[in-house]
Ligand binder design. Structure first.
Ligand code: CA
Ligand code: CA
Length: 509
C-alpha cells in the first residue's frame, strides 16, 4: 500500500488540515487525483437511507372490516431525484381509500410542512429556502376517515439556493476562535468544553470564552495525522474530575491513552496516569483513528486506525483498524467479544475491519455506537457498532453483501453519480467523514430533530443528519464555511461544529 511522503502529508495538512490524507490513502491519491468512476449500479441504492425513492408498499390486508384497510398515497411532485429546486414549490400527492380519504400530510426530513390538506387535490406550498441547500427527503402520507394511515410516499431531492441552515436555526461561525489545529471536542456536565489540539494542548472553553491557560499539554508527535486526537470525560466527571486524552507519543511514536485529574480549569500537576500504550507506529503518519468516548456501559471505547496497513484491520492479532473497549482504568474487560480467544492487547478488540475510525458517537440511551469510517477511494461510512462485528476493510469499502461483513448503515460517495442523487447516499457527497453526535431528546431543537445522528464532512463542509424516525433518511442539516473536524450536541441544546482553529455554534430557536 502506497504511503504519503512526509512532505506530502505536511502539504496536505497545510492545505486542508490533514484529513485528506485520511481519505486519499492507499492509492497514493491526493486531492488532485480524481476518484474512479462510480462502481455501483445507479438507482440500486434506493432503500430507506439517502437514496430514497422507495415506492409505497401495498397496504396490508384489511383485518378488521372495510374501514381497517389503509389508504394509499402517491407523492406526485417533486419527482424522485429532482435536483436544484429553488424558490417556492408545491408538494402534491394523490390518495385513495376503500372508504374515504380524510387528508394528506407532507414533511421535509420529518418536519411537518403546513397543515394536513383535507381536500383533494392534495398539496402544500414550501419555500425551499426554509431548509439548508442540499439533499432533503420529501414525503407524504394519507389518512382515511377511520384514522388509518398509508405508508409514506417519498422523494429524495436537492434544494438549490444558498441557505446555510433551516429557518428557525441560527449559525455562528466564529463563536470561539484562536484554537490551533484542534481535533476533537468533549463537554463537561457543567457546560465547559474541552478541546484537544493536535500539538498536545487541551483547551477549555468556559461560558463562551476560550481560557488562555491550557488544561494540560502533553508532549505529542504532531506529524501527519498524529497528535492529541481524542478527548473524553469520565461519566462521573462531576465527582472524579477524570479527563482522558488519546495522543501520539513524541518518542517511540505510538498511541497512548492517559487520564488526567482536573483541578478546576486545569489538570493537577503530574496527574497524568498512562492507562494504555498502543503498539509502535510504522513510518506512516496517517490513519491513527482518534476518538475516545465512554459507552452507556461505562467502558471506554477507542477508535484506532490501520496506520496505512489495511491488512491488519481484520486480524484478531492486531489492535490496528479497530474499536477497542477498555475499563476506565485501562484494564481490559473480560466480557470483550474476543477476550477468550485472543491474548494480550488484542483482548481489547471490540470491533474490527475499520480503516480510520477518526470519529464515532454513543447513542446516550441505548448505548449504540455509530462508527464513522473514513474511506479510501469511493465511500464514506456510518456503521452501527456491535460487539464482534467486522466492517470489511480492506476487503470492502461502502455497501456490501459479503459474508461475515457488517455493511454500513449509511454510506456516501466521494463524487456524485450521474445523474446526481441516484444510488447510496443520494446527493450527499464528501471525502472525509468527521464527527458524530446524537441530538438528545429534550434539547432546544424542534422535536423532529431530536434523536437524530449528526455527522460532518471535512471536505464538502456539510453537517449531515440521519433521522432514525424516518428510516435513517439522510439530509443536509447545515452548510459550513469552514472545514469541520468534529461535532458535538451540547447539553445546552446547541450543536457545536469544531474547526481546526475555531468553533461554530448552531442554535434553535
Ligand atoms: Ca380505509
Ligand atoms: Ca466498511
Amino acid at each position: 500500500m502506497a504511503k504519503h511522503s512526509k512532505a506530502q502529508l505536511i502539504a496536505l495538512w497545510a492545505c486542508v488540515g490533514g484529513l485528506v490524507a485520511a481519505c486519499g490513502g492507499g492509492s497514493g491519491g491526493d486531492l488532485s487525483s480524481p476518484p474512479p468512476p462510480p462502481a455501483g449500479t445507479p438507482g440500486s441504492g434506493g432503500g430507506t437511507v439517502g437514496g430514497g425513492g422507495t415506492p409505497p408498499a401495498p397496504p396490508p390486508p384489511g383485518g378488521g372490516g372495510v374501514g381497517a384497510q389503509d389508504p394509499t398515497v402517491t407523492l406526485t411532485s417533486p419527482a424522485n431525484f429532482t435536483d436544484g429546486l429553488t424558490g417556492t414549490i408545491s408538494l402534491t400527492a394523490t390518495a385513495t381509500d376503500n372508504v374515504g380519504v380524510a387528508g394528506v400530510e407532507f414533511q421535509v426530513d420529518g418536519v411537518a410542512v403546513g397543515a394536513e390538506d383535507t381536500t383533494a387535490p392534495y398539496s402544500v406550498s414550501l419555500d425551499t429556502a426554509d431548509f439548508a441547500a442540499g439533499q432533503h427527503i420529501v414525503r407524504a402520507r394519507a389518512r382515511d376517515t377511520s384514522n388509518n394511515r398509508s405508508t409514506w410516499g417519498t422523494a429524495t431531492v436537492r434544494f438549490g439556493g444558498t441557505a446555510a441552515v433551516a429557518k428557525g436555526f441560527t449559525k455562528d461561525e466564529t463563536w470561539i476562535t484562536g484554537l490551533t489545529k484542534a481535533t476533537s471536542i468533549a463537554q463537561a456536565p457543567d457546560g465547559r468544553l474541552f478541546i484537544a489540539e493536535q500539538g498536545g494542548a487541551v483547551r477549555v472553553v468556559k461560558n463562551g470564552t476560550r481560557l488562555a491557560t491550557p488544561f494540560t499539554t502533553v508532549v505529542s508527535d504532531e506529524n501527519g495525522e498524529r497528535g492529541a486526537i481524542g478527548i473524553a470525560l469520565h461519566p462521573q466527571f462531576a465527582t472524579n474530575n477524570y479527563v482522558y486524552v488519546h495522543y501520539t507519543t513524541k518518542s517511540s511514536p505510538h498511541g497512548r491513552i492517559s487520564r488526567f485529574t482536573a483541578n478546576g480549569d486545569v489538570a493537577f500537576a503530574n496527574s497524568e496516569e498512562i492507562l494504555f500504550e498502543l503498539p509502535a507506529l510504522s513510518s506512516a503518519t496517517n490513519h491513527n483513528g482518534g476518538a475516545i468516548h465512554f459507552g452507556a456501559d461505562g467502558k471506554l471505547y477507542v477508535g484506532v486506525g490501520d496506520n496505512a496497513d489495511g491488512s491488519r484491520s481484520p486480524l484478531l492479532t492486531s489492535v490496528f483498524g479497530k474499536i477497542l473497549r477498555l475499563n476506565d482504568d485501562g484494564a481490559i474487560p473480560t466480557d470483550n467479544p474476543h477476550y477468550a480467544t485472543t491474548t494480550g492487547q488484542a483482548q481489547a478488540i471490540w470491533a474490527r475491519g475499520l480503516r480510520n475510525p477518526f470519529t464515532f458517537a454513543v447513542q446516550p440511551t441505548t448505548g449504540t455506537l455509530y462508527i464513522n469510517d473514513v474511506g479510501e477511494n469511493t465511500w464514506e461510512e456510518v456503521n452501527v457498532g456491535a460487539a464482534g462485528a467486522n466492517y470489511g476493510w480492506p476487503a470492502t469499502e461502502g455497501d456490501t453483501t459479503a459474508a461475515g461483513i457488517t455493511a454500513p448503515l449509511f454510506s456516501y460517495r466521494h463524487a456524485a453519480t450521474v445523474p446526481p442523487g441516484t444510488g447510496k447516499g443520494g446527493f450527499i457527497t464528501g471525502q472525509s467523514i468527521v464527527g458524530g453526535t446524537f441530538y438528545p431528546s429534550g434539547g432546544t431543537f424542534p422535536v423532529a430533530y431530536q434523536g437524530s445522528y449528526f455527522f460532518a464532512d471535512f471536505l464538502s463542509r456539510i453537517v449531515g443528519r440521519l433521522d432514525p424516525a424516518n428510516g435513517h433518511a439522510a439530509s443536509v442539516f447545515a452548510n459550513m464555511t469552514g472545514m469541520p473536524v468534529d461535532v458535538l450536541a451540547g447539553n445546552d441544546g446547541a450543536l457545536y461544529v469544531l474547526y481546526r482553529g475555531s468553533i461554530a455554534r448552531i442554535t434553535a430557536p
